[in-house]
Design a protein around this ligand. Structure first.
Ligand SMILES: C[S@@+](CC[C@H](N)C(=O)[O-])C[C@H]1O[C@@H](n2cnc3c(N)ncnc32)[C@H](O)[C@@H]1O
Length: 283
């Protein structure tokens, strides 16, 4: 396991993922009933952007730093931007990862489970959330945890699936993991991050999932440039299975603005229903 999220924290991919995550959780929090969140690839939860790792790549400078500086963000993006600003004292230094963002949105009746395979990162998480009765830390494999922890007794909530894509067959592992999870909890909301290098593997991933059967699924992609160089991260996407109501409209407001701010000359976006209301079928 070589991947360390500290090198990438706050980059354009985090911006897309965390903006959507914030919107989805805000929606879940509108009903009084409790919900459960599972962050299946949690990382360490909070990142120092002045660390050697973050400074080495400087990815956050082309991501969250640009977004925070840009004028007139759409109102749909404001809760995410406020969540980042709350962790900083004027100047950007700390970037909240998905565990900290999710924890910040929980109400007293909600629960969060964090899964991380890297022993040092899992230990970091355990320290960060020590004594927090609403947060459980699991040192282990994401897909095994999805099997063990789903369905949650609350019967409402969200699963974030955010693998590092170090393994060559990650798309296949992801597909198998999702199929298993959907069998156990077909009505859960799943937010799945994927990289876009070349278009073909993404198309296959979508096609295979659709053929196997999916509930309503929205696809939101942010491209920094044309997706024809298989050796570069040209963009990234989110697959949102059983997305909260009106998340499509919120993403429609956010995506063009992000593309314009993050990649003014070459950027693009895509938002479409992979499986819509009319053709949804349950795995
Ligand atoms: C992209 S990072 C997660 C970032 C985090 N979700 C966030 O948004 O702040 C992926 C994380 O998954 C961890 N990881 C890799 N393989 C895993 C597995 N099989 N199960 C659980 N975690 C894994 C890595 O150590 C890394 O911390």
């Amino acid at each position: 396991m070589n991947y360390r999220h500290a090198f990438h924290a706050g980059n354009f991919a985090d911006v897309l993922k965390h903006a959507a995550l914030t919107l989805a959780l805000a929606h879940l929090g509108r009903k009084e009933a409790s919900y459960f969140c599972l962050d299946a690839h949690a990382g360490i939860g909070s990142y120092d952007l002045r660390s050697v790792a973050a400074d080495k790549t400087g990815e956050y400078r082309a991501g969250i730093a640009k977004v925070l500086e840009a004028a007139d963000p759409p109102p749909e993006l404001v809760p995410y931007l406020e969540a980042v600003r709350r962790r900083n004292d004027g100047e950007l230094r700390w970037y909240p990862g998905s565990p900290v963002l999710m924890r910040g949105m929980l109400r007293p009746q909600d629960r969060l489970a964090l899964v991380e395979l890297h022993p040092e990162d899992a230990a970091d998480l355990a320290g960060r959330f020590a004594g927090d009765r609403q947060v459980a830390i699991h040192h282990g494999d994401a897909y095994a945890s999805m099997k063990a922890l789903l369905p949650p007794p609350e019967r409402r909530g969200l699963v974030l699936v955010d693998p590092p894509f170090e393994a060559k067959d990650e798309f296949d592992r992801l597909r198998r993991g999702l199929r298993q999870a959907l069998k156990r909890w077909p009505t859960g909301c799943y937010m799945v991050w994927y990289p876009i290098k070349a278009r073909l593997p993404v198309q296959r991933f979508h096609q295979d999932l659709t053929t196997e059967g999916l509930p309503k699924t929205l696809v939101a992609e942010l491209l920094l440039r044309c997706d024809d160089d298989p050796f570069r991260l040209n963009g990234c996407g989110l697959l949102m299975i059983n997305p909260p109501w009106q998340l499509d409209e919120a993403m429609a407001a956010i995506l063009p603005w992000l593309a314009k701010v993050l990649a003014p000359d070459t950027g693009g976006h895509r938002l479409e229903w992979l499986v819509g209301e009319d053709n949804s079928n349950t795995a």
